[in-house]
Design a protein around this ligand. Structure first.
Ligand code: FAD
Length: 440
C-alpha cells in the first residue's frame, strides 16, 4: 500500500477531471480570502475563491459581528485601514446594516454589522470583481511541481476534482495549503500556549442598556464565586446589534485545545454549547433586562483565534508590535494592542508603546505572507507568519482583509509579470495598493 501524502504530482492527478483552470485560486472565503479574491479579480486575473462552507465571510460571518482594527485606539482615534476592507465597512454603514461603536481604548472603535448582510455583500463584491466562488467545497490536497504549487484537489458531491492555477493564496485560517505543501510552519505543539476558543450566541427580547458592562461583570463574579453557575470567563462582551432587542455575546472560553486535532475540536464544539446554555441561564436569571430574553442563534462553528501559522520570510514579533516598527515592505498597518485571552478569567491588553493607547501603528511586512521554501503560494489572514504574541495584535478582521487585498493583488501582479510572488517588485505592489485606497 502506498503512503498517503497531502502532496501530489501532476502525474498523480492526470486522470482527475479539471474543474477550473486560471490565474489565481484563493483557498478560504473568510475576511482575508474574500478580500484577496476581490483584489485579484479587480487586477484582471481570472480568479476563483474556494470555500468549504456555503457562504463567504468566514469567521466574520459565522461567529462575529464587529470589525476591529480599522481604528488605532488612542486620543486621535485614527483610521489605519482603507482599501477593500473599508469599502466593505462603508457599504454596510451606508445601507444601515452596520454602526460604529466608538472607543479610544481596548480594541478601539468597532464597526458592528449584520453577519447575514456581510455574506450577501461579499457575494456581490466578489461577483463584481469578475471572480468566481466555489462553495461547499473543501480543498483536500495540493498538487506540486517540484517546490511550486500548481493545483489543488477538492472533494465534491461528484467525487474529487482538480483546480489549476498559476498562483494560490492560502487564506484558510489554519494554513491548510501551506501545511499540505510542506512549507515551514509554526504548529500547535502539546503544552504550547494557544489563544482559547469561543462559541458566540445572540439573545433576543433583551431590554438593551438596562445593565451596564461593569454591573454585568460584577453579577458574573458573584454568581460564579457562589458556585451557582459555571462561568469560566467573568468578563467579556455583550453588545447591542443592528437588530432591536438583540445582543451579541463573546463570553464562553474553551482553553487547551489544538484546533487542528479533530477530536479536540469536536469536544470544544460541544463544550461551547454547554457553556452557551449556562451563560444564557445566568443572563435570564440574574441580569436585569434579560428576564424575558431567549437564545436566538449560536455561532455556526466554534471560533478559533489561533492555530497553525506560516513560518515565512519574516516572522512578526512582539518587539515589532510594541515598538510600532515600520517595514520597508509594509502592505498594511495595525494599531491594535496585544489582546491575550489566555490570562485566566479576564482578557489582558498590552498597548503599542506603553501602558496607555497611543494611536501608534506598525507595518505588516509583505514577507510575512511569503513561504520561505515554496513557490506559487502566498498566505493571508490569521495564518500569517507571526509569533504568538504578535498574532494577538495583528489578527483583527480589518488587518485580515488588508492582508487579503495585498496577497490577492500580489498574486495577480505576479501572474501578469510572470514572476513568483517572492520575486515581485515590492515598490510596484505598494504603489498599486496605495492607488487602490490601502493605507500604508
Ligand atoms: C471568538 C473570536 C472573537 C473574535 N473577535 C473579533 C472581533 O470582535 N473583531 C475582529 O476584528 N476580530 C475578532 N476576532 C479575530 C478575527 O475574527 C479572525 O482573526 C479573522 O476573522 C480571521 O480571518 P481569516 O480570513 O484569516 O480566517 P477565517 O475567517 O476563519 O476564514 C478562513 C476560511 O477558510 C475556510 N477553509 C478552511 N480550510 C479550508 C479548506 N481546506 N478548503 C476550503 N476552505 C477552507 C474556512 O471555512 C473559512 O471560511 C475574533 C476571533 C474569534 C475566534
Amino acid at each position: 500500500m502506498s503512503t498517503w501524502s497531502p502532496r501530489l504530482t501532476p502525474e498523480d492527478v492526470s486522470e482527475l477531471p479539471v474543474l477550473w483552470e486560471g490565474d489565481v485560486i484563493v483557498v478560504g472565503g473568510g475576511s482575508a480570502g474574500s478580500a484577496a479574491a476581490v483584489a485579484a479579480g479587480r487586477q484582471g486575473a481570472s480568479t476563483l475563491v474556494v470555500e468549504r462552507f456555503g457562504y463567504l465571510g468566514g469567521t466574520g460571518a459565522s461567529v462575529l459581528d464587529t470589525f476591529y482594527g480599522f481604528y488605532a485606539p488612542g486620543p486621535n482615534n485614527e483610521r489605519v485601514v482603507g482599501g477593500v476592507a473599508w469599502e466593505v465597512a462603508q457599504r454596510l454603514l451606508d445601507n444601515g446594516d452596520a454602526f460604529e461603536r466608538p472607543n479610544t481604548y481596548g480594541a478601539g472603535t468597532g464597526v458592528t454589522y449584520e453577519p447575514d448582510r456581510l455574506r450577501m455583500l461579499w457575494d456581490d463584491l466578489v461577483r463584481g470583481a469578475g471572480a468566481d466562488a466555489l462553495l461547499n467545497t473543501p480543498v483536500t490536497r495540493v498538487v506540486m511541481d517540484g517546490t511550486t504549487v500548481v493545483g489543488l484537489v477538492v472533494e465534491t458531491g461528484q467525487g474529487p476534482g482538480l483546480l489549476a492555477a498559476r498562483a494560490v493564496v492560502d487564506a484558510s485560517g489554519d494554513a491548510e495549503v501551506a501545511w499540505r505543501a510542506g512549507a515551514a510552519l509554526e504548529r500547535p505543539l502539546p503544552g504550547r500556549r494557544l489563544q482559547p476558543l469561543t462559541a458566540t450566541f445572540r439573545m433576543m427580547g433583551v431590554e438593551v442598556g438596562r445593565t451596564s458592562t461593569a454591573e454585568l461583570h460584577q453579577a458574573m463574579r458573584v454568581a460564579a464565586e457562589a458556585g451557582d453557575y459555571r462561568l469560566p470567563r467573568r468578563e467579556g462582551s455583550v453588545h447591542r446589534t443592528v437588530l432591536e432587542g438583540v445582543v451579541h455575546t463573546n463570553l464562553t472560553r474553551i482553553s487547551g485545545i489544538d484546533p487542528t486535532d479533530p477530536f479536540e475540536l469536536s469536544a470544544a464544539e460541544r463544550e461551547g454549547r454547554l457553556q452557551i446554555a449556562e451563560y444564557a441561564r445566568f443572563l435570564v436569571d440574574r441580569v436585569p433586562g434579560y428576564e424575558h430574553s431567549t437564545i436566538v442563534s449560536t455561532s455556526d462553528r466554534i471560533g478559533v483565534r489561533e492555530s497553525r501559522r506560516l513560518l515565512g520570510r519574516y516572522v512578526l514579533t512582539r518587539d515589532d508590535v510594541m515598538s510600532a516598527r515600520d517595514a520597508w515592505d509594509a502592505v498594511a498597518r495595525c494599531g491594535a494592542p496585544l489582546e491575550d485571552h489566555d490570562g485566566g478569567e479576564a482578557t489582558v491588553w498590552e498597548y503599542i508603546g506603553g501602558a496607555k493607547p497611543s494611536g501608534d501603528t506598525y507595518g505588516i511586512p509583505y514577507r510575512c505572507l511569503l513561504p520561505v521554501d515554496i513557490d506559487g503560494l502566498l498566505v493571508a489572514g490569521r495564518c500569517l507568519s507571526a509569533t504568538h504574541d504578535a498574532h494577538a495584535s495583528v489578527r483583527s478582521m480589518a488587518q485580515c482583509m488588508a492582508m487579503g487585498q495585498a496577497a490577492g493583488t500580489a498574486a495577480a501582479m505576479g501572474v501578469r509579470a510572470e514572476v513568483q510572488p517572492g520575486d515581485l517588485d515590492v515598490d510596484q505592489l505598494r504603489t498599486q495598493l496605495t492607488k487602490d485606497g490601502v493605507i500604508l
